[in-house]
Design a protein around this ligand. Sequence first.
Ligand SMILES: *Cc1c(COP(=O)(O)O)cnc(C)c1O
Length: 488
Amino acid sequence: MSFRDWAHRAADWSADYLERVRSFPVRAQTRPGAIHAALPASPPEAGEPMDAIFADLDRLILPGMTHWQHPRFFAYFPANASPPSVVAEYVTAAMAAQCMLWQTSPAATELEARMMDWLRQMIALPEGFAGVIQDSATSATFAAILTAREKALGGTANAHGLAGGPTLRVYASAQTHSSVDKAVRMAGIGGDNLVKVPTSGSAWGIDVAALERALVEDRAAGRLPCAVVACLGGTSIGACDDIAAVAEVARRHGLYLHVDAAWAGAAMICPEFRHLMRGAEEADSVVFNPHKWLFTNFDCTAHFVRDPAALTGALGLRPAYLRTLGRGEGEVAGVTDYNEWSVPLGRRFRALKLWFVIRSYGVEALRGKIRNHVAWSRELAERLAADPDFEIVTPPVLSLFSFRAVPARLRGAKPAEIDAFNEALLTRVNDDGRIYLTQTVHEGRFVIRFQAGQTETTREDVMMAGDVLRELATEFAATGFRSAEETV
Ligand SMILES: *Cc1c(COP(=O)(O)O)cnc(C)c1O
């Protein structure tokens, strides 16, 4: 059979998969090591028929998948995809272009610039931000910290290293993502120099007065503050900093301001949620992931920067073998070599899937999907709040909230006991397979997170999560759970 036949088979397989994905347990139900053990220990010397490979895909691989495109995937954050995005990924794979330079595929570069400007308009960032598609928010934040480092040191760290220089300091709230910790480590600033400022208030935003105090103290001690990372929709419970207030401090202290909106940024296409990003227009850079909640296959991270020259100054290199002949040394109008904007040299053609998604849905339909996710999550949170066996721990931020089960038997029990019940209940829920949820620790307590964001999720799916939780919590409290006191 030919490539054409197998490509048709892959398309049919994909369509069948998405049609029956609801019938699978959301989280893989395999035991660790089982799939590894079922795979041949050595590679085949002779080629095998594609039929055999497809058969093993169904037999070995599919049962070991966690189904991120299951409409009842309520764990972590979404990594949603959509038919136009998948189709664009097929054709991207067929062309298999390496889009590191403008001339290695002018259409990829120019479409990327246009798509990033579409996204900028969609989330209402002002003109003056240029964009690049990165492989992950982690990479974008790392690039931001490197840019901030070079800005603070006048470009000397890239040239001479950090040894003997001042102690750089980066600030973020205790709710920011671990990618910020990773970025300061990788940038040579050191994890100890990431100041985790406490949060305050009901949005768990950074305590701006504490930020100010930390800055003043650091300066007095001879350290060099260089960047602040503001959090718009933290991963744990959706914490949101008052970005305008952080921007004011950053401006006054001459700090680079990076906004991490990896998940929540997608919701900024809806005007009614934009109050959360007030002040982001003053940032030096903003990152959000269309590969989370904007119906575009992983990987696709939107990274906006106010000063592209500062970014390419930190990351750009142009060795002889990458020079575009006829370009000379300076910039040629209309030519961008995006590899100079990112950590890896090689780049996939990621803009195409955005083009397919935005054109085929239109922005209003994308808004509609996000609005539904938010409305249904709020409805479920209200339902659980009204149920005496559950309590909402953190209220919905967009489509994310956290809760715990407190069945009658455990009311008045020690917090550790209730936490143990919830941990065991969560395992029970995910083993059941109808829904998939994950946990976090909030203010020292184990809590269960809920978020809705898969492309095909319906209101019924979200309400079913409530039914499953009620059913399993009741059953588990009655029969399955032994508290520590009962087991002694
Ligand atoms: C998911 C997430 C990240 C990391 O995203 P990657 O693209 O996987 O690197 C960073 N920050 C926040 C707030 C996130 O939710």
